[in-house]
Write a protein that binds this ligand. Structure first.
Ligand SMILES: Cc1cc2nc3c(=O)[nH]c(=O)nc-3n(C[C@H](O)[C@H](O)[C@H](O)COP(=O)(O)O)c2cc1C
Ligand code: SF4
Length: 446
């Protein structure tokens, strides 16, 4: 059983107004901030009084999306702001479909008003007339958020009414076209693009979709400015980000860290206990622990190794587990999570997951397992099929899955050879990476 701690494990307060130290987003003591505490710490929503006015500050701040792709925020706002006034829609994406991520949950619990302020400021910046907060389906979290809205309305903080929409607990439900489809009355499955949602999203209207953490940063930049935002982080990747940290001892915490922080300050990377680090979640990549120990939390450091910061998931694989078995379990989950709309997902991912299961010798992972010995063709199948699905899906799901699998073949190449001879050096079969209990059903898409 793991626990999630909201709060910075890295550095103490004070907060933004006092000097830019951590934590910026999460409440200092890790306690949920109600409206009075939020207003006391940050003051009222700093509306600019006209559309687009905030966009220059966001460009100067260099804020990028924290939902995974690190796309420059000002560019999306500019695209949506070009729509006819009042036609645009803004959506805060808190679906957090990635099972290993808890940072949006921690943020929405700890600092919901920062997210709601960001939603309003983004709505003003693009001239939107509708604001949606899309959050993982969880009755308690939803009830808590519902209770935050009336006091804001009563104080006149929200100029655009906020609609709360529940996202199904599916890996793909947070993909932006899946969000647009669900809010428009359809199923939460990705759709073929283009047009991108910023051009034609919810109900066919231009829709700005930003991760909830991105909106919280936006709300702070609107208050404290681009220079303040850049006081932490790297010149090319400024600011902080929330990370979900899975330590090898099984503990899970959410921490806010400056971009550029050494990974050793976030994860215990004792090489006698950790064999590899997963960076960027289930569409990310494995890195050998020895290499990870010399890296920082930044795309500049991670990309040469095929990984990226993504939505901030970092996991230290215990040295007694099998990296191939871990990868095979996740691959099976990812294959089952596909919406099955396109060929690469319908037939490609299940076959790839089955081959990975065969290689890992994992019973029940789509592979033969169960003492039947390794399939000598598994690696060849895996490599060939991975090449066939890449770049062929309507969304990024097959590519992300293949990146994750390829990194496992690279990083665990010694284990691959052992497994091909029917051997596995793992001392524990206990699963490490979280995978929801399945199987999922069709109606979970709505
Ligand atoms: C398969 C898939 C799943 C995604 N899930 C999420 C999610 O759960 N939450 C999220 O904010 N973004 C998710 N995204 C990214 C969104 O499509 C979108 O880029 C993001 O919400 C934009 O916000 P940002 O620019 O602030 O990061 C996902 C993308 C893909 C391809
Ligand atoms: S690539 Fe896969 S997940 Fe993406 S839309 Fe097609 S079937 Fe769905």
């Amino acid at each position: 059983m793991t626990s999630v701690t909201a709060g910075s494990a890295l550095a103490p307060p004070p907060g933004p107004a006092a000097g830019g130290e951590l934590p910026r987003l999460l409440p200092p003591a890790g306690r949920a901030a109600g409206l009075a505490a939020h207003l006391g710490r940050h003051g009222p929503v700093p509306y600019r009084g006209r559309a687009r006015a905030l966009i220059g500050d966001l460009r100067a701040a260099g804020l990028t999306g924290r939902g995974g792709a690190a796309f420059p925020v000002h560019r999306k706002l500019e695209a949506v702001a070009a729509a006819r006034p009042g036609r645009a829609i803004v959506a805060g994406n808190g679906a957090e479909g990635e099972p290993a991520s808890h940072k949006d949950e921690a943020l929405l619990h700890g600092a919901p008003h920062l997210v709601l302020d960001g939603l309003q400021l983004a709505a003003e910046a693009v001239g939107a007339s509708r604001a949606i907060l899309y959050v993982r389906r969880d009755v308690r979290a939803r009830t808590r958020l519902d209770a935050q809205l009336p006091p804001r309305r009563a104080r006149g903080l929200d100029r655009v009414p906020v609609e709360l929409v529940s996202a199904p607990a599916r890996f793909l439900a947070g993909e932006e076209s899946a969000l647009a489809s669900l809010v428009s009355g359809g199923a939460a499955v990705p759709r073929f693009t283009p047009p991108r949602v910023f051009a034609r999203g919810v109900d066919g209207r231009p829709t700005l979709v930003q991760n909830v953490e991105t909106l919280a940063h936006l709300a702070l930049i609107a208050r404290y400015g681009a220079g303040w935002f850049r006081r932490l982080g790297e010149p090319e990747e400024p600011g902080t980000m929330l990370c979900t940290l899975h330590q090898a001892d099984g503990s899970v915490t959410v921490a806010e860290a400056a971009i550029g922080t050494p990974l050793t300050a976030l994860l215990d990377l004792d090489l006698s206990r950790v064999s590899a680090v997963l960076a960027g979640g289930y569409h990310g990549a494995w890195i050998p622990a020895g290499r990870a120990a010399g890296l920082t939390l930044s795309n500049a450091a991670l990309r040469p190794l095929g990984a990226f910061t993504g939505a901030g998931v970092l996991a230290a694989l215990p040295a007694d587990r099998c990296g191939l078995a871990e990868t095979a379990r996740v691959a099976r989950y990812l294959a089952l999570e596909s919406a099955g709309q396109c060929g690469p997902c319908r037939s490609g991912l299940p076959s790839i997951a089955a081959a990975m299961g065969d290689l890992a010798g994992l019973a029940g992972a789509g592979g033969r397992g169960g003492g039947r010995g390794p399939d000598p063709r598994a690696l060849a199948h895996l490599t060939r099929w991975a090449g066939l699905v890449e770049g062929r899906g309507a969304c990024h799901h097959p590519d992300g899955t293949v990146r994750f699998l390829r990194s496992a073949l690279r990083v665990f190449d010694g284990e691959v050879r052992e497994h091909q001879h029917g051997r596995c050096g793992a001392r524990s079969g206990r699963p490490f990476l979280p995978v929801p209990a399945g199987p999922s059903t069709d109606e979970d898409w709505s």
